[in-house]
Design a protein around this ligand. Structure first.
Ligand SMILES: [Cu+2]
Length: 128
């Protein structure tokens, strides 16, 4: 009976996970809002993010976007960083893959350069 309940719960969980991003986070700086998602839970190594960018509630669909993740040096560990240019998927969404060499807290900076107007930088963290 207990085993059956577990299997049933696992099935429900599996179905709901299939319909939602495994990872999601929101961050903002002034009027610039970013919504970050990943299909898989954050892990050591390669992580692919899809980011939606809005300014004053309107999507920014024509920006150059770069992501930088870094971790300062710690005792016994050198500073680590990973920087990439994101691919524009259209409709205000951008995709980028970062290499996160170890688990812990990473600082994430998202650099947004629109074709017109000011550049902006949104800062947040990634924890896993
Ligand atoms: Cu570290």
């Amino acid at each position: 009976m207990k085993t059956l309940t577990k299997i049933f719960l696992a099935m429900i969980l599996g179905v709901s996970l299939a319909h939602a991003a495994a990872y999601s986070k929101d961050a903002k700086f002034r009027t610039t809002q970013v919504h970050i998602t990943a299909d898989k839970p954050l892990t050591t190594g390669s992580n692919t993010f899809v980011i939606t960018i809005k300014k004053n509630g309107t999507v920014i669909h024509d920006a150059k976007v770069a992501l930088k993740a870094f971790m300062p040096a710690m005792p016994g560990m050198p500073a680590m960083s990973s920087k990439v240019n994101a691919t524009n998927l259209g409709n205000g969404t951008y995709k980028a893959t970062l290499n996160l060499a170890m688990s812990g807290t990473w600082q994430l900076h998202i650099f947004i350069t629109p074709t017109k107007g000011k550049r902006s930088r949104v800062k947040t963290t990634l924890n896993f």
